[in-house]
Design a protein around this ligand. Sequence first.
Ligand code: FES
Length: 70
Amino acid sequence: MFICICNAIRECELRAAAREHAGDADAVYEQLGKRPQCGSCLDEATLILLEARGEVPEVAPTTGQPALSV
Ligand code: FES
């Protein structure tokens, strides 16, 4: 699934990058050779980075939604 449409960044790419690169979504995008454009993906990208690093639970057990908002 594409997380960032502007840069064609897939969720699996973000998860792999989260394990290789520190920093927020902007920093990880830069490591991938990309730059945020519209910015609409950044909240979701941040959650994915945190999840991939084990910094937040994947989803809330009752709602199926991300457990924390950023
Ligand atoms: S969807 Fe990621 S910058 Fe636009």
